[in-house]
Design a protein around this ligand. Structure first.
Ligand code: BES
Ligand code: ZN
Ligand code: ZN
Length: 502
């Protein structure tokens, strides 16, 4: 794990393997960003000119390494682009800083210690840089036996310009570290191969983390699920050798006035079941537990931050496999709510496990329920690979979550739940079918879930099928593979719920 320190040392005097600075475009010229004045001085004021000669433009995502001159303790300077210079007096956006720090940390894989001398105006900037650096340094190496030869992630991030004795700066950095580490926990779970991360293994990970952080963890195994009548979770898991689980992971604060319930889709592998996915559509389906991973990480983060709110996580864990015992298209399941569902497509399994968990979560009368799921390919078609969709039974709540996501640097968009799409799920045999019209498939799934939310409970649904897993080249602080999408939004949501602002 990458360490984080706040340092009062000057950029020229701190011992580190590399010194990270920012560069910006100002009109046609390249300018060194604030925070790196001492570095520029060591270059006799010619740092921008040297970088320009090396081809640097200041564009976001750009990283330029150069040897440091005498006068700097670090042997290497790494200049990262911050895009266009902000208007006079305005500060660099938090997401710009987060991404630039991520690029730097990623570029410095293999280094022991890097000093970050990026522009910091306030505690929020310090937090963004810390978060970006710790997220960008992430690497999943568990399964690389030759890892000894592979480069290790950046060992230590020393933040310059943050004030270690300033309460706000210290708190912001500590928060950033907790959140980034929990996002990286989610990434590890998502990246873990499905032969190892079975529903039982996921539940065991929740139990271990619960012990460490003083959380109450209850696990329903397949016997308990059968006894309780959880027909949705059982119906999805019944085809697999790895039986399903429903995990309740609860964080409580003695002064909490509100309870937030988070429900996560935890399909440890989605083959599609009897409605088998074709090759080309199943290679990344270990990521289908990303919602549960985000929920798990958020509850642990809430505990680490000591938030004055109760946060209850529900992890609906199952493996969706075809076999002689698997649920068939045409089968009818009796759900935990008592409703019957005709399964027309076994690949629409997420809504089945979530429905049971939503009903169970509703029994505790939380102030709000938010579910998170890699639910539909339709949402990816609608919003692309980097934006999650938000649906809700309350317009204000949906808007609030959208604004929160914007604030923490996660791309999202509000989506409707058009009532006319409900009739497509009418079943001649059961109360409802698990599939409806193809058009607007993401919204159809949302309408299905809504029917399993308790009367009068505020509810939102995040479909993270696009951003949960990144297949392209890394960018900013986003690595290949599991991203930890929605954790930052959920943590902020818990904080604002604690503050009574929601
Ligand atoms: N896990 C998939 C959705 C998904 C697609 C996640 C792409 C991540 C990336 C989900 O279980 C699924 O297969 N949904 C079907 C529903 C359909 C059969 C109604 C889909 O979207 O095609
Ligand atoms: Zn599926
Ligand atoms: Zn799925």
């Amino acid at each position: 794990m990458t360490a984080l320190t706040l340092s009062t040392a000057g950029a020229a005097t701190l011992r580190a393997d590399a010194l990270v600075i920012g560069v910006v475009k100002s009109g046609k010229t390249l300018v060194v960003a604030p925070g790196a004045e001492a570095v520029d001085k060591a270059f006799d004021g010619r740092l921008a000119a040297v970088l320009e000669t090396l081809g640097a433009s200041g564009a976001e995502g750009e990283a330029t390494k150069l040897p440091a001159p005498a006068g700097l303790k670090a042997p290497v300077v790494l200049a990262v682009g911050l895009g266009s210079a902000p208007e006079d007096g305005a500060s660099y956006g938090a997401e710009t800083l987060r991404r630039a720090a991520g690029v730097a940390a990623r570029t410095l894989t293999g280094s022991k210690k890097a000093a970050f001398a990026l522009p910091i105006d306030d505690a929020e900037d310090a937090a963004a840089i810390a978060e970006g650096a710790l997220l960008g340094a992430y690497a999943f190496t568990t399964y690389q036996e030759n890892g000894k030869d592979a480069k290790k992630p950046l060992g230590e991030v020393a933040l310059l310009g943050a004030k270690p004795r300033d309460k706000a700066h210290k708190a912001a950095a500590e928060r950033a570290q907790a959140v980034a580490e929990e996002i990286n926990r989610a990434r590890d779970l998502i990246n873990m191969p499905p032969n190892d991360l079975t529903p039982a293994a996921f539940a065991a990970a929740a139990q271990a983390a619960g012990k460490e952080h003083g959380l109450k963890v209850q696990v329903l195994d397949e016997k308990a699920l059968a006894k309780g009548g959880f027909g949705g979770i059982l119906g999805v898991g019944v085809g697999s050798q790895n039986p399903p689980r429903l995990v309740r992971i609860g964080y409580t604060h003695p002064k909490a006035e509100k309870t937030l319930a988070l429900v996560g889709k935890g399909i440890t592998y989605d083959s599609g079941g009897i409605s088998l996915k074709p090759a080309g559509h199943n290679e990344t389906m270990k990521c289908d537990m990303s919602g549960a991973a985000a929920v798990f990480s958020t509850v642990v983060a809430a505990a680490r931050l000591g938030l004055e709110v109760n946060v209850t996580g529900w992890l609906a864990l199952a493996e969706n496999m075809p076999s002689g015992s698997a649920t068939r298209p045409g089968d009818v399941l009796r759900m935990y709510s008592g409703k019957t569902v005709e399964v027309l497509n076994t690949d629409a399994e997420g809504r089945l496990v979530l429905a049971d968990a939503l009903t169970r979560a509703s029994e505790e009368h939380p102030d709000a329920i938010v579910d998170v799921a890699t639910l539909t390919g339709a949402m990816v078609l609608a919003l692309g690979n980097r934006t999650f969709g938000i649906m809700a039974n309350d317009d204000d709540y949906r808007s609030a979550i959208h604004e929160i996501a914007e604030e923490v640097g996660e791309a999202s968009w509000p989506m409707p739940l058009p009532a006319d799409l409900r009739k497509g799920m009418d079943s001649p045999t059961a109360d409802i079918a698990n599939m409806g019209e193809r058009m607007g498939g993401g919204l159809v799934a949302g309408l299905f879930l809504q029917e399993f939310v308790g009367e009068g409970i505020t509810w939102a649904h995040l479909d993270i099928a696009g951003p949960a897993f990144h297949e392209g080249a890394p960018y900013g602080y986003t690595p290949k593979g599991g991203t930890g999408s929605s954790v930052r939004t959920l943590v902020r949501l818990a904080e604002l719920t604690a503050a009574g602002e929601l």
